[in-house]
Design a protein around this ligand. Structure first.
Ligand SMILES: Cc1ncc(C[n+]2csc(CCOP(=O)(O)OP(=O)(O)O)c2C)c(N)n1
Length: 637
């Protein structure tokens, strides 16, 4: 494989050599993901498809738009990134998704599902408007195809008649088993023993049924349509204005090449239905496709067994899921909604316990939110469990369908904060900004996993409108977890440490622990501070914060969120509204794209470590912070 430096090198390979190449690609993917984690199942399932695409088309002249981008490890290996592939998802290494600055063959960036069809249509229309040439090919999974955006695009594509090729990579799986009516339809197509030639024969025959006389025409047309419906697969797509080809075995390179060549010849939009197996060619992933979508850490490539240290503490996700199940045991109105993330959000356990009260709506965040609004309007207590980054999709639904009607929908925002190896597309760094200005929205942030059950209980008890709470990925800090969450005083912050009034340090979420340590460091150099856990981003505890700002010499806010529109901005707005002048600084993540990286290092780089916060306080007080070296005590000069 090292000899394949670009897709053009594939032309020289025989069918047998291409099949051998597929095995080498698989082995490299398994070996690399086994070291550092990554999207294993999806990329193993697209190896032959990727080879077929790069042999039939000439990238980048022909533009391949990968939906989501998590299935592109083979594409990366064939497009000049073999030598750097070992840096996959590592800080400073190549991305786990497509990146335009990484390769000319990555013509579209994604990470969120369902964008490829819209983008591809845009490219095809641009090509036609500018008299350009080349094919545009969107590769989309059956999971991503359930996204609202993808369906909107299909609707537009069918009408536009622009020539583009959609490769539907159908493995029957989203992260979990795919859900919904469309996947069921695809499953029926997959199970039909239909072949391209047979399909073409039927079309040929049907087109030749003669039309006799006016009256007969309509009847015959109906019969023809009925015949097609009965005998041609993919009529749904055909009726939408696309030509449907397939289904073909996505692990047979020659078959996929053939269907792609056919698609290239046809006018208008063409959909090639390619059937693949998620995790293909590697025992552990084929056996457990549900568990193989992504591996978060190292594993033994021989057995697939995880080599990560056993978690000694529960994750925030687990704590949330357990607390939700407990709450639902005593309140029958509680229902849970996930947009294809029942595993990631922990709702699996809720679904097992209350199968009729848990709804996986597919990759459809907008729908999830308005569906929840409908449930709330009818007296239920819906909890939408969703990653912070994916809720971005549903901004209008939160405003228009939930908040304006003051509906008590609870949003549990998982993966809020820096997400590590998944990088820019998955950072949960914008939720406070996109929720804070929505009228009637309340936002809570538990400072550790021990507080999460109480935050959930408080959110569920509030009926005045929507409530969101955010928590990070991974384990907490080992805080004891109460059997039952307590109701927290609404809109009240908590003073965590009182050691003087040189500085007020106001933090939210897990940043409270950095704030506490910063206060200890400051104390060592004679600076007294008060640490507050704001707990509520909205409504803020105005009384406590204004009082603190009036008494302290400086005020610093600390949050794992971007600066613009975040928690610190909320505090500044409060101070400005009340005319309180205090020297202040906001410790937050910068207004910039933040790529994959080590969370601790990224926090430190943004001044969000205890030392960084202490240094910021010192700066405001006109003193210089000397960084600790080798455990020596810090000194403020
Ligand atoms: C908007 C959005 N919601 C959720 C996700 C999380 N996610 C990543 S891949 C995936 C499943 C995609 O399934 P499919 O498109 O069929 O691809 P496969 O992994 O099966 O190849 C999901 C739900 C996402 N990337 N984007």
């Amino acid at each position: 494989m090292p000899s394949v430096r670009s897709p053009s090198d594939l032309g020289a390979l025989s069918p047998l050599e291409l099949r051998q190449l597929a095995q080498e690609i698989r082995a490299t993917i398994v070996e690399t993901v086994a070291r550092g984690g990554g999207h294993l199942g999806a990329s193993l399932g697209t190896v032959e498809l990727t080879i077929a695409l790069h042999t039939v088309f000439q990238s980048p002249r022909d533009q391949i738009v990968w939906d989501t981008g998590h299935q592109t490890y083979g594409h990366k290996l064939l497009t000049g990134r073999y030598a750097v592939f070992e840096t996959l998802r590592q800080p400073g290494g190549i991305s786990g998704f497509c990146k335009r600055n990484e390769s000319e063959h990555d013509i579209w960036e994604a990470g969120h599902a369902g964008t490829s069809l819209s983008a591809a249509l845009g490219m095809a229309v641009a090509r036609d408007l500018t008299n350009g040439s080349g094919e545009v090919i969107a590769v989309i999974g059956d999971g991503a195809m359930t996204a609202g955006m993808a369906l909107e695009a299909l609707n537009n594509i069918g009408q536009s008649k622009a020539h583009l090729i959609i490769v539907l990579n159908d493995n029957g799986m989203s992260i979990s088993r795919n859900v919904g009516a469309l996947p069921s339809y695809l499953a029926r197509l997959r199970s039909e023993p239909t072949y391209l030639r047979f399909r073409e024969d039927v079309r040929w025959l049907v087109e030749r049924v003669p039309l006799i006389g006016q009256a007969m025409t309509r009847t015959v047309q109906r019969v023809k349509d009925g015949l097609k419906q009965m005998m041609l697969p993919g009529m749904l797509f055909e009726d939408l204005g696309l030509t449907y080809l397939g289904p073909v075995d996505g692990h047979n390179i020659a078959s996929v090449q053939e269907v792609l060549r056919q698609a290239r010849q046809l006018p208008g939009p063409v959909l090639c239905h390619v059937v693949t197996v998620k995790g293909k060619g590697y025992g552990p992933t084929e056996e457990k496709p549900e568990a193989s979508h992504a591996r978060s850490g190292p594993f033994d490539p021989k057995t697939g067994r995880s080599l990560s240290r056993k978690a000694s503490r529960p994750t925030y996700t687990q704590v949330f899921a357990d607390a939700l199940v407990r709450a639902a045991e005593t309140d029958e109105r509680i229902v849970a909604i996930t947009a294809a993330m029942s595993d990631g959000t922990g709702l699996n356990s809720f679904a097992e316990r209350f199968p009729h009260r848990c709804f996986d709506v597919g990759i459809a965040e907008q729908h999830a939110v308005t569906f929840a609004a409908g449930l709330a309007a009818s007296g239920l207590r819906p909890v939408v469990a969703v990653y912070s980054t994916f809720l971005q999709r549903a901004y209008d639904q939160i405003v228009h369908d939930v908040a304006l009607q003051k509906l008590p929908v609870v949003f549990a925002l998982d993966r809020a904060g820096l997400v590590g190896a998944d990088g820019a597309t998955h950072q949960g760094l914008y939720d406070i900004s996109y929720l804070r200005h929505i009228p009637g929205m309340s936002i809570l942030v538990p400072r550790d996993e021990g507080e999460l059950p109480s935050v959930l209980a408080t959110a569920l008890a509030y009926t005045g409108g929507p409530v969101a709470f955010r928590y990070p990925r991974g384990e907490g800090n080992g805080a004891p977890i109460p059997e039952q969450g307590a109701l927290l005083p609404w809109g009240k912050a908590e003073v965590l440490r009182k050691r003087g009034e040189d500085a007020a340090i106001v933090a939210i979420g897990p940043m409270c622990s950095e704030a506490m340590r910063a206060s200890e460091l400051l104390e060592q150099v004679g600076i007294g501070s008060t640490v507050v856990d704001a707990r509520f981003c909205k409504p803020l505890d105005a009384e406590l914060l204004l009082d603190l700002a009036r008494r302290c010499r400086v005020l610093v806010t600390v949050e794992e969120h971007v600066l613009p529109g975040g928690f610190g901005s909320a505090v500044e707005e409060l101070l400005a509204e009340h005319g309180v002048l205090v020297r202040s600084a906001l410790c937050a993540l910068p207004d910039a794209v933040i790529d994959q990286g080590d969370r601790a290092a990224q926090l430190e780089g943004a001044g969000l470590s205890a030392e960084g916060v202490a240094a910021t306080v010192c700066g405001l007080l006109g003193r210089r912070w000397a960084k600790a070296v080798g455990g020596a005590t810090q000194s403020a000069i």
